[in-house]
Design a protein around this ligand. Sequence first.
Ligand code: HEC
Ligand SMILES: [Cu+2]
Length: 348
Amino acid sequence: MNAMRMIQVAFITVFLVGLYLVSLVWPGAMNGPMSIMEVNGPVAQEQATVFWYTVAVSSFLLVTVGGVFLYAIFRFRAKPGQDFKVPEQTHGSAAVEIGLIVASCVLLLVIAVPNARALFYVSEVPAERKQEAIKVVAIGHQWWWEFQYPDLGITTANELHIPIGKPIDIEVRSADVLHAFWVPRLAGKIDAIPGQINRMWMEATDPGKYQGQCTEYCGDSHANMRFLVMAQKAEDFDGWVRNEKKDGVKPKTIEEVNGHRVFMSGCNACHTVKGSGAMGTKGPDLSHFGSRTTLGSGIYVSNKDNLTNWIKFPKQMKPGNLMNLESVNMVVGDKDVKDLVAYLESLK
Ligand code: HEC
Ligand SMILES: [Cu+2]
């Protein structure tokens, strides 16, 4: 290597190491709605701890190995005007080799111990907290999430409500193909495997909306298979549960009555609205759809325009959408769509 080349290598190395170190501490660089750095609750905290141990060990290795490498390049380079001479070589030092093996083992242990502890901790609600845990069954469908609360007798979709400060004991299942359940700021991820039950748990410390995402490729709209975890204060959560337990509200206005009639002429084949006679299970439970903030598994804000387009053009709104009106011989005109929207929005 000539001097110019060495300076280039050194410059690039320093630049990359610098970039890496700056990215670790730059405020905001690691934040965002799906950041594993901005953790909330004990499970995500435990997972982040493993991450930081790994970063610490690999940073240490990067700096020491890189440092020795840089030192060697500069110290033993061919200097201008000097005859190049290969420096004295050594080989087979027992002390050096044993030292390196011991050092590698120590570094691996620094990663392995917190890793093993975290593996046990995140896999199940701690025994002494089992009593207070809220059970949830999360079922992945192409391309939306069903959430059942077996002890509370309620079912919802795409927006998982949880009380803060309580462990949520989650059974993850799939209704069709492989999916994976992940709420980066709270916990995860774990695969949803057809015919198998996987378990995990999470707990939110602060109220708020936490974004979730399917993280196992599952077809056309995999990337559009999002969800929200709504962490609420105990009294707000209890209020939500009380409302969810109720039947879907009865249609009142002329529009809602017609909307309900149209709904019962095909939409009911795939959707449930408790107490209305609609008991389909192929699509999300819509009993309290009007109280949800999102549409289409977290990809749209739930409002009149989006809902209208969703009913008129399901395939354009979501690639591969399994909401297929032809399959139930439904053709809905503009007036009926308007009334359907009024009915769905009334289902608070
Ligand atoms: C063939 C079954 C099928 C029929 C019929 C059907 N849907 Fe759906 N619907 C689905 C599926 C599946 C989804 C989930 C799509 C996704 O997010 O990937 C869905 C989603 C929805 C959603 C969004 C729910 C949410 O929480 O994001 C609404 C609203 C909806 N359907 C309304 C209707 C209406 C109104 C009709 C009748 C005009 C209807 N559906 C007919 C299967 C169906
Ligand atoms: Cu997926």
